[in-house]
Structure formats: structure tokens, C-alpha cells
Design a protein around this ligand. Sequence first.
Ligand code: CNA
Length: 339
Amino acid sequence: MSKANQTIKTVLKEPTLESIVDYIKEKNVKKVIVMSGAGISTAAGIPDFRSKDTGLYHNLQKFDLPYAEAVFDIDYFMEKPEPFYALAKEIYPGQFLPTKTHYFIRLLQEKGMLLRNFTQNIDTLERLTGLDQDYIIEAHGSFASASCTECKEKADSDMVRDHALRGKVPKCESCDGFIKPDITFFGENLPKRFYDNLSDFDDADLLIVLGTSLQVQPFASLIDEVPKSVPRLLINKEMVGVQKSKGSGFDFKSKKGVHKDVYFSGTCDEGVTKLAELLGWDKELNKMYEKGTEKLKSQYVKEETEIEPGQQKEDKEVDQLADVLDKLTAEDSSTPKTT
Ligand code: CNA
């Protein structure tokens, strides 16, 4: 039966976080799908795409692009990869720490309640919380690996990282083609792993959508893939994904007194903190966040080490970041790759 025609059997008492928590407890919720976007990482210092004044699209003038999205367009990259690498330098993993929201997702796993985290993010912050890789679907790929755009050969990660952190374009040793991190650009297919796990949505008993404008397809339409009886919670600074036609998009107005979709207006960290309080998990979440942050910080090089004569400050920072990333990758070497 098409999801648009299903009857809604389960409803919330009110369109509030409190009712979501009642639902979680009463229904013994165990299969939560979290869909996340760039808004969960802005508190870590990584700009999103579309936020007014602070988003990457607002700050791309310096890259002299024909249009903002060109920086992530595969045809444009094949002609001119420099703007992408100038941007990659600013958002490359190894410079940022997971937020409380990332740890909330990890806590869902600890509680045995997480079915999957479908993320659009390419920053790999989910991995850094210790969230099991099996639970993560990096729908738009990530910076974790890279390939040649011509011969498709996998590239050496250290070499790509060194180039990216210097804003330089890495080239393939075999064919001299441009190398690109395995992140999905506009005009490219999503990873197989994304499609292989879409059936999760049929099994979900709660959908939590965090920090996304729901502008990028096919990801955005996934909110309609859970059964009609399943409540959906959006935590975002702005209301997004609102119903345009019957059976597609959120219905926060609770027509006919049927409350199924809940909108929390605020930051993701505020939303998950409130949710954790209502669930009685706040102490656990804070502890997990503080311990995780402390551990990662101690791995990141904190002190400005002395710069040897003749060595550029930038080179020194790149070497420091490379050291940190090596340590993190070594710890994480048992986890499989997503794509
Ligand atoms: P987007 O289109 O920039 O939307 C972000 C949404 O989050 C907007 O609705 C914001 O209002 C909202 N938002 C921003 N900060 C917060 C906050 N602290 N709390 C709550 N809401 C907030 O980004 P999407 O993820 O929707 O777009 C998908 C693109 C973005 C994917 O292809 C990603 O690869 C790409 N992207 C990823 C990153 C990253 O990995 N961190 C950074 C920038 C862009």
C-alpha cells in the first residue's frame, strides 16, 4: 500500500517534545531513524550551506564561482577543482569536535534504540563519537577516502589530506587526473550503501530530523518513507519540509486533531538537551559529551609548537593535523568504509 494512503493509527497527545517522550516510553520505541544535516555541525564551527550570513553559500564570493552550488558540481570540478579545494581546506576533518547532538545519536545507540543515522554530512563527526559505523549511512559520502575522477583509482589518503589542508589540488599518480574526496557532488550518484539500506524506513518507529534544510534530493524525500503511523520530530532553527501535497512533507498544523509531526524551533543542541532531560538521560549525555570531548582534545595537538627555522607556520599546522588524524584513523581502523 502506498504510504500516502495508509491510515494513521498512532497519534501523539500533543505536537510537543513531551508527547514524543510519552510515545517513546509507552510504545517502547527501539527503531529510531535519525536524519541529519549540516545544522548539527555548525556548533562545532563548520558552516552549513544555506544559513543567512554564516553559510558557505554566503561566503563563496572569494572563489569567483558562476553560481554557489558550482563548488560541489562535478562538471565544474572537472574544469576547475581549485575552488573546491580552497573550501575543503576550511572544512577538512581533523579540526573539529563532535557536538552534543552527535553524542545524543551515540546515546541512542547505547540505549539500543538507534536503527540508523542517515547523514548528509561529510565531516565524519559521527564517527568521532564512537558511533558504530554500521549505524551510519553517509548519504553524500565523506572525506574519509578519495579517488581519481578519470581512472577511478583510490588515492593515498595522506597525500590527499596534505594537499587539501594546503588548499592544493591533488593529482593521480597513474593518469594525472584530478583526485576528489569520495563525497557526492551534484550530478553524481549516491553511494550504494544508501540505497541498500532504504528499507530501514519501513521498520522505523520514530523519525528524528536534525539540522537540515531538506533541500537536497533524494535525501529530503526520505521523511515520507516511514509508515504513516510513525511520529516525526524536526529539530531545526527554521521550519522546513512542510507539506506541499497530500502525503508528502511534515504536517505541523495537526489537521483534524491528529498530531503526528512535531517541530522544535531552536538549535539542535537545545533540542536534544531538552529531549534528554525529559527522558531522564541528561546526566548520561553530558558525561558522554564531556568525556568524548576531553579524549579527542587530548589527541588534537593543543599547543602551538615552535616553528623550526625555514618552516612555514601553515606547514607546521598541517603536520600537526596530519598527526592527529593518523592517531584517530589508527584507533578507528577496525571500522569498515561506507562507500
Ligand atoms: P543546509 O542546506 O545548509 O541547511 C542547514 C539547516 O540547518 C538550515 O535549515 C539551518 O537553518 C539549520 N541550522 C543551522 N545551524 C543549526 C543549529 N545549530 N541548530 C539547528 N538548526 C541549524 O544543509 P543540509 O545539510 O540541509 O544540506 C545538505 C548538504 C550540505 C549536503 O550535501 C552536505 O554535504 C552539505 N554540507 C555538509 C557540511 C558538513 O558535513 N558539516 C557542511 C556544509 C554543507
